[in-house]
Design a binder for this molecule. Structure first.
Ligand SMILES: [Fe+2]
Length: 258
């Protein structure tokens, strides 16, 4: 699997503080089937993005990790005015591997006006916005129509794996499922911050998706689309996943012939 959103660089944001903690996260990711992980430190008002420090930590972590797994460059970009200008001016600096897919995070307090124009400008600059964990943002939970329209405009959506299991509350879990059922989700990523609580494990999400929607769907969201993002190729929009019927529903079908 490929994890396109993980805070694994030490000492830069609210992720790991020490290199040893970063390595513990990488070991856990590798053990649970992740082959590639994108280091996405915050670029936010609280944690400004420092390109030189990011490059240095990335090099150190790659050297320490050896061939445990491949580590790619990325950024978790908060959508505010300066960041938007900066990303449009330097699309290669902030997108995944410099290939165009850009993680964008909405604030919990406000959805900027004219998002369609902003996303259109990003598309023109060669960027594909990846809207991160909309299911965890209570403003976006009320904005299904907008999310649909942004996706039809060429944006992509990324859910946090742990949302599927209720880590961010019932509303987030229900909205995540609703987005999946509406074929609006392109990626599932860990958004890991540590090796204990917000971990980089994706295997549980893979199994959950495969059980509920089928293995092909799990592969698309956790392997194929994230791999395409690494190399800047087009992602596929999921094709109407059918919710698997449970055993009791199947027996009801057999009994009633429906
Ligand atoms: Fe994040």
């Amino acid at each position: 699997m490929v994890d396109i959103h993980a805070h694994i660089l030490p000492g830069l944001d609210d992720g790991p503080r020490e290199l040893a903690q970063s390595l513990a996260m990488l070991r856990l990711a590798a053990q649970s089937g992740t082959t590639d992980i994108v280091a996405t430190p915050h670029a936010s008002l609280k944690y400004p993005y420092r390109p030189a420090a990011v490059a240095q930590r990335l090099a150190e972590l790659r050297a320490a990790a050896g061939d445990l797994l491949r580590i790619h460059a990325g950024c978790d970009l908060q959508l505010h005015y300066e960041n938007i200008r900066e990303a449009l001016a330097h699309p290669e600096r902030y997108s995944i591997n410099g290939k165009g897919y850009l993680l964008v995070e909405f604030s919990d307090l406000i959805v900027p006006r004219h998002m369609e124009e902003i996303f259109a400008e990003m598309r023109q600059a060669g960027l594909t916005p990846v809207i991160t964990h909309p299911e965890r943002n209570w403003l976006l939970q009320q904005r299904l129509r907008d999310l649909e329209s942004w996706v039809s405009q060429g944006c992509t959506l990324q859910l946090t794996a742990q949302s599927l299991f209720g880590r961010f509350g019932r509303e987030a879990r229900m909205f995540a499922i609703q987005l999946l059922e509406r074929n609006l989700v392109h990626f599932i990523a860990s958004d890991a911050h540590d090796a204990q609580d917000r971990t980089p494990r994706l295997d549980e999400a893979w199994r959950w998706l495969a059980r509920r929607f089928g293995a092909e769907y799990a592969r698309l969201l956790l392997e194929d689309n994230p791999k395409a993002a690494l190399i800047g190729e087009g992602v596929r929009t999921p094709a109407a996943p059918q919710k698997r019927r449970r055993f009791w529903q199947l027996s009801f079908w057999k009994r009633t012939g429906r």
